[in-house]
Design a protein around this ligand. Sequence first.
Ligand code: GLU
Length: 498
Amino acid sequence: MRRWQEKDDVPTADRNVTSNVRVRFAPSPTGFLHVGGARTALFNWLFARKHGGRFVLRIEDTDVERSSQEVIQAIIEGMMWLELTPDEGPFFQSNYGEQHRATARQLLESEHAFRCFCTREALDARRQLAESEGRVWRYDRACLSLTEQEKQRFLRQGGPYAVRFLVPQGTTSFNDFVHGVTEFDNKEIEDFILLRSDGSPTYHLSVVSDDIRMRITHIIRGDDHLSNTPKQILLYRALGIEPPTFAHLPMILGPDKKRLSKRHGAVSVLEYRDMGILPEAMFNFLALLGWSPGDDRQLLSRQELIELFSFEGISRAGAVFDLQKLLWLDSQYINRLSVEELLPRVREVLRRDGLWSDDLDGPRRPWLVSLIELLRPRSRTLWDFATDGRAFLTEDFRVDSEAARKYLGEEDTGQRMAALAEALEKAGDWNPEPLERALRDLADSLGVSAARLIHPARVTLTGKAVSPGIFEVMAVLGRERTLYRLRRAATAAPISIH
Ligand code: GLU
């Protein structure tokens, strides 16, 4: 991989990237790794890889009530599945409370923050009054005008206090790598709390304190955090530290253009794993959620994505999650993986459906490979190998009732199948060509179209009205099973389904 410094063609934003890139993914473990979180992790990972930087995982578990071990495990499992391996971490934010409090003390000492002794009740009463008078409520800085004596009295009485940041006058602007120059009027920003009255640090304090300690250079996250950014920039400035660069990624939308949610279907990446999506396809798909290489290429390997990724390609508009596109990408990957890569994954789905036996990876491996090759052009997820492979692995497969009604309903279907069994048995080699010749010769001699043999044979052999080419199906299914099923069709009563 060429490093960015050596490239002449990188967009401006990327040329400004300094060395020692350090980015982080900072999920709050209050929900499983959802598509949006995974996309954030992935863009951070790509950026780190592209610039030879470090990708850090920080679990923001300060909300003890809502964080759980199970969820933390699932987040890490989701990242591992996508091979978004952190270079550092996981670090747990809850381990750094002391440091966050020290950052707050530093801000108090430099008078960028102040103690607020207002009780919740007092604040609520003033808020209600403001609202009843039609005023927008923002903290009224009551505690800022306390005299030194009053403050000392409160402290002596052990009165709990919160630490609030003293928002300076003026405006706060920053050059977001996606949204461009973004400006906020500080008047709109309340003197936000850094430490609650129980001494616990808030999100803004913890995140800035951690990002400073971890020497994070670029903050790449969802644009739901855009409005948090001015507060965080104010904190950096008050601490005398140059803020990192920010890039806020567009929201992920459902097909109805509303924010993606459970209503639209699966939102956790592990649900897609369980649906039989390959991690390679999911990775490629997530990379295209709100980013494009600048042309209409869709199928991009990890390496290509690393090379092509740039902030310039990120769109500001929301990115629509298109399941059909994901399935299409998955089918592309299924058809591009080598048998060695695909086989262990097919084994997994067969095993889960009770279709696996170890000889499939022993003496029958060449046969399994031919089955995989037969099925993969039509497979969109790994589960298709189990669903479509079932009739090749057991007699216990379902016959689609619609297909049976359409193709197995005629009085003489059974006889035709028996005649076909006879003809195929004499075909010589059990290979598609002689099998096809035998079937077509039989059709001629019976004076029927080949289709009247092929369709019922397909339903008899696979249980379905659509399948790969019938002669390839017979070849892989094998002589014994093929003849057995055709003859069984002859002895069974004509199917009549109402
Ligand atoms: N923990 C925050 C979240 O999960 C992210 C914080 C950040 O990226 O600054 O939304």
